[in-house]
Structures are given as structure tokens and as C-alpha cells.
Write a protein that binds this ligand. Structure first.
Ligand SMILES: *Cc1c(COP(=O)(O)O)cnc(C)c1O
Length: 446
């Protein structure tokens, strides 16, 4: 009974559809962990494709049911590899990009340029030009320099360069405000969600967006622009937010700026990383925002949301191999073949992760410190986690690693960045290969 309960609790942190086989080992997307480790080596980032698709539909359908004139957009910085862009574009989501790199990845994956939302607090003229020329539907103005640069770029871009589709959208909207490039103004509502400082973005003092008085000024300036079409306003207050209040407050703040055609309400919903995390459901989150929207926003406005972390986090599982088990001074250090090279969330935001021995995840546990292979004491995957009799060679599974791990992976200590492997219905395929030692020298010049 206790074992069953433990098994259910443990499996609950892994992607939906995760099971245990007859030996008690984890099975991800229908594929036993041992087969994945044998095929692709470790460390490896395993992604359950069905669970990302299900999450995308839950967001898109849930939002449409509450506010039909809407679109869910994937904040791609949470997992910027082309296979993930392709998957979410296939599901009909818009794509958020920050900068020329993510823009290039989105286009390479076949995302519809009209559904791209371009962010950044320091967009260079080159990046803005790339976005305009690609036909990016929406550029989010973060500062007055963005407006200057865009007006300059659009002054030089003749409509002849635009595709027919672009021109026709431009004509419809010209009736509204006169410009051809759709823009939103990013507003800093001065809200402090209860999250880590590094991922809080809505407060006075944030480097992102414009406080209400400056946002009003930007709105006025854009309304007078004959090159830019002010579609509306944008707000994003932070990441890994575990209560609903800041989301409701953000909608109240943008409502104060007046009536617009588009309100982009950002992302930020927290994910469940540990047994003790209880983030709101997608539905509760959507209710919180659309309830305020129904009271305060124009009924015919379009609403965009931009989930990143909560779209992909729970679909990912990192697999490692135990390299050493060291006991002493009251501690058990279980060291694996990865760490801060493939998961910086712990060092950057002190994110807590659970972990399990992948082949006997529910066995009685010893309290361990799960550490990485890098030359820093902060290179810890989990400061305190129960592992069942950990031994050298064991496979360790760390759940909820789909968000911001691939994006922040690096070559510290010459680590080769791990492969990304999609699993689905008992089949598996690598969508990103492991780096080689030769890759580490790829950019070096003689
Ligand atoms: C990072 C970011 C998001 C996504 O945030 P999550 O916490 O990953 O959901 C959405 N919008 C903007 C502008 C962002 O910078």
C-alpha cells in the first residue's frame, strides 16, 4: 500500500503517461529508461512529446473557451530547439522570440511569421530589421529607442518588399492607425510576484518595459506614427509564479492604460518541481486572468498569453549515470555525469528538483546530496533527496527539466551538451545529438 502510494506520488512528477515496468523501473513515453540510456548515453534530456502537445492544447483550447478572440503563444526561450518550435507551431500556437537567434530558429522550424511576437529589452537595429523583413506580426516595444529604430527601418522598407499577405493585413490595419508594422507597448505595472529576484520582471526597477507614465507617452507617440501600427499593450510580471494574484493585478494594470485591440498578458505560471509545490492549474490561471478581463477589457479585444516554463517543464526528464558515491561527515554525495552544464536552474534560481534511481525509483531511500561533475560547490542538482541504495553505474532520473535547461546548457569544464530525445507511444528519436569533443573546437581559429 505504502509502496503503491509512493509510486503514484513519484510518477506524478514525471510526464503524464509515465509508468513503472514489471521490475519497477521508469518507462517514459512507453520506453524503458534503460533502453534510452543505452541508445543515447547519459546525460540525456528525454522529452515526452505527447505531454507537450497535450499542454499546448490545454492552453489554446482553455483560453479560446474563455475568450474566443485569443491566441496562446509559446515563449520559446524556455526550450529553443527547432524540434520544439516545430511541434508547437504544428499545434497552432504563436511563437515568442527574443532576439535574432530565436527568430531565426522559429523561421527555420517553419513557424508562421505573422504569429511571431518579438521581445527584448535590448533589440539591436539589425535584429529589428530581421524581424520586420521576416514579416514578424508583432514587435513588442520595450523602450523609446525601439520606436526610433523601427521608424527608421520602416522608413527605408518599401511596401514592395512585403509579401502580398503582409500588404493586405497592413491595409486592414492602416484603417486603424496608419502604420504597417504591428507593435505592442510593454508595460511594467509595478507588481512584485513572490518568485526569485532573477525571474521577477514586473516591479519598478525592472529593466523590462515602461512604467505607466512612460507607457502612456509611448502609446501617444505610437498613435501618431504613420509607420507603426499600435495594436495594444503587453505585460509579463515574472516566472515560476505559484499564486494567481499577480496575474489578476497585471490585467488590472494594463486595463488602466485604456482601450486597445490587443492585450498580451505574458506568461509566468509556475510548474510543479517538487512534491510540495502546488501551482495553480492552467484552468485556474486562465480563469483568474479572463475573469478580470471580462470586467475591465473591451469585449472585442484580442488576448494573447505567452506560457514558456509551464508549457514544457513537466515534459522533460534528465537522465544521468552515477559516477561516484561518497559518504562521510554525515553526508552521502551521489555524483553524476552531468550537472550545471545541463541544468543551471539550481545555481541561477535555487530551483528545487526531486530525483530518483530510475530503475528502482520507489525503493526505501537514503538522504543524499545529488551533485554534478563540475568544479563548483554550487553544482548541485538536489541538495537533499532520498535515493534508494545509490550505486556507481545506476541511472538517476530528474523530473521536470523541460524548461530552461536546454536553453541554459553550456560547456563548462568542457562538458558536451546532452542530446534531446523525443519519446512517444513506445518509440524514441533524437532531435538534437550530443555534442562531440570536436564540437568544442568548432569555433576555434588556428
Ligand atoms: C520569459 C517570458 C515569458 C515566459 O515566461 P515563463 O515563466 O517561462 O512562462 C513570457 N513572456 C515574456 C516577455 C518573457 O520574457
Amino acid at each position: 500500500m505504502a509502496a503503491t502510494q509512493a509510486a503514484q506520488e513519484l510518477v506524478g512528477l514525471f510526464p503524464p503517461g509515465t509508468t513503472l515496468d514489471a521490475t519497477g523501473a521508469l518507462v517514459l513515453g512507453g520506453v524503458p529508461v534503460a533502453e534510452l540510456a543505452e541508445t543515447y548515453g547519459t546525460p540525456a534530456l528525454i522529452v515526452d512529446e505527447a505531454s507537450i502537445r497535450a499542454r499546448a492544447r490545454r492552453y489554446a483550447d482553455g483560453l479560446a473557451a474563455r475568450w474566443p478572440n485569443s491566441r496562446a503563444t509559446f515563449a520559446s526561450k524556455a526550450f529553443p530547439c527547432t524540434a520544439v518550435y516545430r511541434l508547437l507551431a504544428e499545434e497552432g500556437l504563436g511563437i515568442d522570440v527574443a532576439g535574432g537567434g530565436e527568430l531565426t530558429l522559429a523561421l527555420a522550424a517553419g513557424a508562421d511569421p505573422a504569429g511571431l511576437v518579438v521581445h527584448g529589452n535590448a533589440k539591436t537595429e539589425e535584429e529589428l530589421r530581421l524581424a520586420v523583413e521576416a514579416g514578424a506580426g508583432t514587435i513588442v516595444v520595450d523602450n523609446f529607442d525601439d520606436i526610433d529604430k523601427l521608424e527608421k527601418i520602416l522608413g527605408q522598407t518599401s511596401t514592395a518588399q512585403k509579401s502580398t499577405a503582409q500588404t493586405s493585413t497592413a491595409q486592414t490595419s492602416t484603417a486603424r492607425t496608419g502604420g504597417e508594422q504591428g507593435v505592442l507597448v510593454r508595460v511594467t505595472p509595478d507588481i512584485r510576484p513572490d518568485t526569485h529576484e532573477a525571474v521577477s520582471t514586473g516591479q519598478n526597477g525592472s529593466k523590462f518595459g515602461l512604467l505607466l507614465p512612460q507607457a502612456r507617452e509611448a502609446v501617444a507617440r505610437l498613435r501618431g506614427s504613420d509607420r507603426l501600427r499600435l495594436d495594444g499593450v503587453h505585460v509579463h510580471v515574472g516566472s515560476q509564479i505559484l499564486d494567481l494574484e499577480p496575474f489578476a493585478q497585471a490585467v488590472e494594470a494594463v486595463a488602466e492604460l485604456g482601450e486597445f485591440a490587443v492585450y498580451d498578458l505574458g506568461g509566468g505560471l509556475g510548474s510543479r518541481y517538487t512534491y510540495t509545490d502546488h501551482p495553480p492549474t492552467v484552468e485556474a490561471y486562465l480563469d483568474a486572468m479572463t475573469d478580470v478581463a471580462k470586467r475591465l477589457l473591451p469585449a472585442d479585444a484580442r488576448i494573447l498569453i505567452e506560457p514558456g516554463r509551464s508549457m514544457v517543464a513537466e515534459s522533460g526528464v534528465s537522465l544521468y549515470r552515477v559516477v561516484s558515491v561518497k559518504r562521510g561527515g554525515g553526508h552521502t554525495f551521489v555524483a553524476v555525469d552531468g550537472g550545471m552544464g545541463d541544468n543551471l536552474e539550481v545555481s541561477l534560481y535555487q530551483q528545487r528538483f526531486e530525483a530518483a534511481v530510475a530503475t528502482r525509483p520507489t525503493g526505501a531511500g537514503e538522504l543524499c546530496r545529488l551533485v554534478g561533475r563540475h568544479c563548483e560547490s554550487g553544482d548541485t542538482l538536489s541538495a537533499s533527496v532520498r535515493l534508494a541504495d545509490p550505486r556507481v553505474g545506476d541511472l538517476i532520473a530528474v523530473p521536470v527539466t523541460g524548461a530552461y535547461t536546454y536553453a541554459l546548457s553550456n560547456n563548462y569544464n568542457g562538458a558536451r551538451r546532452p542530446p534531446v530525445v523525443f519519446v512517444r507511444d513506445g518509440a524514441h528519436r533524437a532531435v538534437v545529438r550530443r555534442e562531440t569533443y570536436a564540437d568544442l573546437m568548432r569555433r576555434d581559429l588556428p
